[in-house]
Design a protein around this ligand. Structure first.
Ligand code: B12
Ligand code: SF4
Length: 462
């Protein structure tokens, strides 16, 4: 009988959260008979891979995986490369693959590392399936011509086969494996769920703008699972976990009205007492019909990206064409429906002037959100805005490597004064709900959120 292949999925994350991609890949690998383990390392400014060596050594020695799969995002790059070199020295027979957004958009960064055998471009399920087939059979992987896989040819040169089609019918994928992130799920009081994948828009700073172009069938990039499957997933989770709300992690939740109608009626029937939170684009939130449907379906809070308060800047630099009027109308309609509104703001964008920053703060103030998450701009490799920064020599590569979370500093080449300004405006933006309402209880909440972010390394959505 053939031995079950053993896979170690590993993630260097800036804080503990339920890693949906790990749970998705684990479910898939288990469904095809693999043994799967997950190793999560929380990284913080100043950390190097040395901190995690012993844990990694122990994991590799005691479980001897056939394949190690790292999930990448721009900020954990150096940890993955160092870990791969370490693992290869310890266990040369173990194959190493890297997937995720950074690996997909900048495969060359990983392929140049001698210890990394493969890079996965785009969605990982079918690529991993073909790779496991090849590894199990003992055949030369390169002879299989696996689409979506980069590997090294006999002369060591990297070869990337074209990315494969994305999975159009998400219901064909197994439901994510929460047991692999059981500890992380038990630490939070909400249930993160994905109802679909993809986004129609093309904001210049976001990985989505390029990710969709990877796929030959990119016109199918936005996909939804069937409502029944999602409801069943939540029902199962209710048996295993205690949570007070559902958090739909999708980039944009209510894009397809007909789908939302079907989903909403099932959701309220099954979970009349389980509120949910979701993300919307301001343009969608100006549609009262959608908001009413969301409210009737159980939605009690909405997050919306505003990013900058300067219309011109937003449109020309960020590729977000909505006007301030649209944003303000969306905010007032959300309030009218008695739902909470949280917004995302960004400071430290390239070419952003003091006036732009003031405009952002003013718009934020006029919106009057219940919560604000303010990020400091970080250039995601190969996105249009990254290239814009690169062309203007704005990126400080050394600093870029040292930043692990979006929120604390800029990696653009700014002087001390501008850097200080960016940090001050970051805190000012986040403090708007507090300043606006002068409520003493909000001060406590504000301090709690900042404390958890800085010292506990957890993100607080409330
Ligand atoms: C939900 C979400 C979150 C959630 C949950 C994160 C999570 N990991 O589940 C929260 C809000 C916590 C979050 C936080 C952050 N996020 Co986020 N997030 C997303 C979002 C909207 C969906 C991700 C998701 O779960 N998709 C569902 C899973 C199943 O699909 P997937 O991630 O695409 O994974 C597939 C493939 O990429 C591939 N794959 C992934 N890993 C691997 C590994 C191997 C070995 C293989 C073979 C394949 C493979 O196969 C997977 C299955 O098909 C994406 C945008 C998007 N539309 O993808 C941004 C996104 C992934 N996030 C991003 C970022 C930057 C962050 C933060 C760093 C921001 C910050 N605070 O500083 C943190 C990092 C936190 C972390 N990961 O630990 C960026 C990543 C870009 C980049 N190149 O770095 C994205 C693309 C958004 C953007 N701004 O462009 N995020
Ligand atoms: S709307 Fe959001 S998810 Fe879509 S491209 Fe813009 S930032 Fe990315």
């Amino acid at each position: 009988m053939q031995r079950k292949m053993s896979v170690l999925l590993a993630m260097f994350a800036p804080y503990r959260t339920v890693q949906m991609q790990i749970a998705a890949l684990s479910a898939f690998l288990k469904s095809r008979g693999c043994r799967v383990r997950y190793l999560e390392n929380i990284i913080f400014t100043g950390d190097t891979f040395d901190k995690f060596k012993e844990q990694m050594r122990e994991e590799i020695r005691s479980n001897r995986p056939d394949l190690v799969g790292f999930s990448s995002y721009d900020m954990n790059y150096s940890f993955i490369v160092d870990a791969a070199v370490f693992i290869k020295e310890l266990s040369p027979r173990t194959k190493i693959i890297v997937g995720g957004h950074h690996a997909s958009l900048a495969s060359e960064d990983y392929m140049e590392c001698p210890a990394i055998d493969y890079v996965c471009l785009g969605e990982g399920e079918s690529v991993l399936s073909d790779l496991m087939d090849a590894l199990e059979s003992g055949e030369d992987v390169s002879s299989r011509q696996i689409k979506g896989l980069c590997l090294k040819a006999a002369d060591g040169q990297p070869v990337c086969l074209k990315p494969r089609e994305l999975t159009e019918n998400l219901d064909l994928l197994p439901v994510i494996d929460r047991s692999i992130v059981d500890r992380q799920q038990r630490e939070i009081d909400y249930l993160p769920v994905l109802v679909g994948k993809g986004c129609h828009f093309n904001c210049t700073y976001c990985a989505n703008s390029n990710m969709k172009n990877l796929y030959p069938n990119h016109h199918k990039y936005v996909r939804y699972r069937s409502p029944k499957k999602i409801i069943d997933e939540i029902k199962e989770c209710r048996k295993a976990y205690t949570f007070g709300s559902v958090y739909f992690y999708d980039d944009i939740f209510a894009f397809d009205y007909e789908w939302l109608k079907r989903f909403g009626s099932l959701y309220t029937k099954e979970f009349p007492d389980l509120p949910f939170h979701c993300l919307l684009r301001p343009e969608i939130a100006t549609n009262e019909k959608v908001l009413t449907l969301l409210r009737d379906s159980g939605c009690r809070s909405i997050s919306m990206g505003v990013e900058s308060g300067s219309e011109k800047f937003r449109k020309l630099l960020l590729g977000r064409k909505m006007s301030n009027e649209v944003i303000l109308k969306a905010a007032s309609l959300i309030r009218k429906q008695k739902m909470d509104l949280c917004i995302y703001m960004m400071v430290g964008l390239p070419d952003e002037s003091l006036l732009d920053m003031l405009k952002s703060l003013w718009l934020n103030f006029r919106i009057g959100p219940k919560g604000v998450q303010t990020g400091i701009y970080f250039p995601i490799k190969n996105t249009p805005l990254y290239r814009y920064c690169l062309d203007r020599r704005l990126i400080n590569e050394e600093k870029r490597k040292r930043l692990f979370v979006y929120t604390y500093d800029t990696c653009l080449n700014y002087g001390l004064f501008k850097r200080g300004l960016i940090i001050v405006f970051k805190w000012l933006n986040s403090a708007v709900p507090l300043v606006r309402s002068f409520q003493i209880n909000l001060l406590g909440q504000y301090i709690r959120i900042q404390y958890r972010k800085v010292f506990k390394k957890t993100i607080d959505y409330k």
